[in-house]
Design a protein around this ligand. Structure first.
Ligand SMILES: Cc1cc2nc3c(=O)[nH]c(=O)nc-3n(C[C@H](O)[C@H](O)[C@H](O)COP(=O)(O)O)c2cc1C
Length: 401
């Protein structure tokens, strides 16, 4: 269930008797760390009140499509983009029919059309409704469209019948939802990831650093865990909580970071250098705080820092090494030359001159440059981008291996 941590889940509730179980499902998803936004069909509100779901999810419940106020808040397209998964539990026979025929006649169906996130259904209906040819055809259509089905289970039903059509228990649904976030692409592999800035001290209270927030590296670490990897995250000073299920080593300077990167490097299959490492550090660190003097200009003497990613790429055995190129101009040219010069396997280039993406932002857009070509991934959240990047890194790693 840990794979639900920080996942953004839309829980769609449709008009079935099992809607009362959606309250427990909301609670379970929330306690597993997911951010849950509930969307209800008008029929669903006859079975359970939005107020209950609002209290349990901690978010307003979304009910209407054609509502100016709701659209001005988090509109249907924004909701569709926000979601990492759209989970509909219970999914009524009627809802499945509407989804299978591509309708967008209410908020939930429209959102399903608009989202690129995976859609998962937990069907819940009377056994005869489930067995009906119409429902079976709709199920086949939806499965062909990559919609995932959780259940239904078999057993005693609210109407007294016995057979297939029971909604799975909330715990089973939450477990299936968590499984969807596991790719297994890096199962058994060890991944080292550096993240955040470095701090190069001048004296006991001052340092040279940069604006890196660490968000990209941390998102990559979470995505690598979800892909089944064992992860060592080597982090400069950031304001982010350490993700669960990984070894997190906190460092300050570039030299500390290199030392942590080289420790057990022989065990590392993939090295991802997402940290913004200072190229230079002060030649000397003053033992005491440097005092303001009478001089108008102060000179700082700097010395080159070790190049962490190049050092790793030059080691033997060499892990599959991925670098980042944060540039403000001629991005692709710089990325290609860095790839060759540092003997990297892959480089992820991004434009840090844009204020809407990159450093300190929650979003990014990158170009993945390999020895065989380049592919641009359009702007999206760093979390979503991280999943895409880990998939690409895993594919290239396995191709090379
Ligand atoms: C008491 C009652 C219970 C119902 N339970 C279910 C159910 O479990 N599954 C189902 O598919 N439909 C069930 N229905 C029928 C749906 O509520 C109906 O098809 C409705 O139009 C579904 O709307 P929606 O898919 O937009 O939520 C039930 C109806 C009633 C009156």
């Amino acid at each position: 269930m840990q794979r639900l941590t920080n996942k953004q889940i839309i829980l769609g509730i449709t008009g079935g008797i099992a809607a009362y179980k959606s309250a427990e499902l909301t609670r379970l998803l929330k306690s597993a760390g997911a951010d849950v936004r509930v969307v209800m069909t008008p029929s669903a509100t006859e079975f359970i009140t939005p107020l209950t779901l609002q209290a349990l999810s901690g978010n307003p419940v979304h009910l209407h499509l054609l509502n100016a106020e709701a659209e001005a808040g988090m509109g249907h397209i924004e909701l569709a983009k926000w979601a990492d998964m759209v989970l509909i539990a219970p999914a009524s026979a009627n809802f499945m029919a509407r989804l299978a025929s591509g309708q967008g006649d209410d908020l939930l169906t429209t959102l399903c059309l608009a989202t690129e996130a995976p859609i998962c259904l937990a069907p819940a209906m009377n056994q005869a409704m489930w067995r009906d040819n119409g429902t079976q055809n709709n199920t086949a259509t939806l499965t062909k469209r990559d919609v995932k089905l959780f259940g239904p289970g078999v057993g005693e039903q609210a109407c007294g019948d016995n057979g297939p059509g029971r909604m799975l228990e909330p715990e089973e649904i939450a477990n299936h939802a968590a499984e969807q976030f596991e790719s297994g692409a890096l199962t058994g592999k060890t991944v080292f990831i550096t993240a955040g800035p470095t701090r190069e001290p001048l004296d006991p209270v001052r340092y040279i650093s940069n604006h890196s927030s660490g968000k990209m590296g941390y998102a990559l670490a979470e995505a690598a865990i979800e892909a089944g990897a064992k992860v060592k995250l080597i982090s400069g000073p950031v304001n982010l909580p350490a993700p669960a299920r990984l070894e997190c080593i906190s460092v300050e300077s570039a030299q500390d970071m290199l030392e942590a990167a080289q420790t057990d490097l022989a065990l590392c299959d993939i090295f991802i250098a997402a940290a913004a490492v200072a190229d230079y550090r002060p030649t000397a660190i003053s033992e005491h705080k440097i005092k303001k003097g009478s001089e108008e200009i102060m000179e700082l003497h700097l010395v080159k820092n070790p190049d962490i990613v190049a050092t790793v790429a030059a080691s033997s055995p060499k892990p599959f090494t991925v670098g980042f190129a944060a540039e403000t101009r001629d991005i692709l040219d710089y990325a290609r030359s860095k790839l060759a010069r540092k003997n990297l396997d892959l480089i992820i280039a991004n434009d840090v001159s844009r204020s809407d993406i990159g450093f300190n932002s929650d979003e990014n857009a990158v170009t993945v440059v390999s020895h065989s070509g380049a592919e641009t991934l359009p702007q999206t959240s760093k979390r979503k981008l991280a999943t895409l990047l880990i998939d690409k890194i895993a594919a290239q790693y396995h191709h090379k291996a």
